[in-house]
Design a protein around this ligand. Sequence first.
Ligand SMILES: [Zn+2]
Length: 307
Amino acid sequence: MDKFGGLWGWVPFWSVLLLSSGLGVMPQAQGWSKEGHIMTCQIAQALLEPEAAEAVHNLLPHYVNGNLSALCVWPDQIRHWYRYRWTSPLHFIDTLDDACTFEYSRDCHDSHGLKNMCVAGAIQNFTSQLLHYREGTGDRRYNMTEALLFLSHFMGDIHQPLHVGFTTDEGGNTIELRWFRHKSNLHHVWDREIIQTALADYYDKDIDLLLQDIEGNYTDGIWSDDVSSWKQCNDLSSCINRWAAESINIACKWGYKGVEAGETLADDYFNSRMPYVMKRIAQGGVRLAMILNQIFGDPEEGFSAAT
Ligand SMILES: [Zn+2]
């Protein structure tokens, strides 16, 4: 069945004549913190079926020993490099202020109005590129390794609620406040602070322990009945739109609501928002696995590339 087929005709095949030689790193955190992206990718990789696991293994540079999560933060590290500057708007969506909705045609563009240049468009685009992997001819228009890393990263970003935020405050970046005793802003609270505080307070700063808790929640815990609906997807573009809409909905109800610039956020905010952060990381991972399994799985059951 050509589940997601027929959607790709319009996708702009952005010039992705990118080389794999430059997978270097530079410390910088934008998007889910490093930990958020690592957990998203570890969850996904553990859920891959054999064909997808093998394809991912083949696409990764040998120095990561088959560990996708080791490079899931790479798109944040290179987004300001001259060659990759075009990818910078692909990490987020600026929605209409206070609308609390996502509409692809209204909201998915960069600051110059260029269409499809947002995280929802990027997920479509890189999925589309990876569909050519199966053709086995090594389509030279695309760098499949980079497409895998971008897709894996952006599936994390679209699930970070404040990455689908309001335009004027840049997804909470301009809302400066304090997180407990230090200066922060609302965007960073959701990227990083909640995860860091959870790690420090409950997990002895051990990301593996936090990950075990998250995995326990969806395999045999509070979310185990929900997982099949999380990965339900008959039409990729409408699924992506739904995931973005979930994010702005959480951003409105739990991110922005009641928050004033200059205030201090502490225990109350942390305790009530932490479950949403953990759930979004789990959903991002489960859905990334779903997409990769579709891309690399049996062509009769998955979706196929546009010709
Ligand atoms: Zn990002």
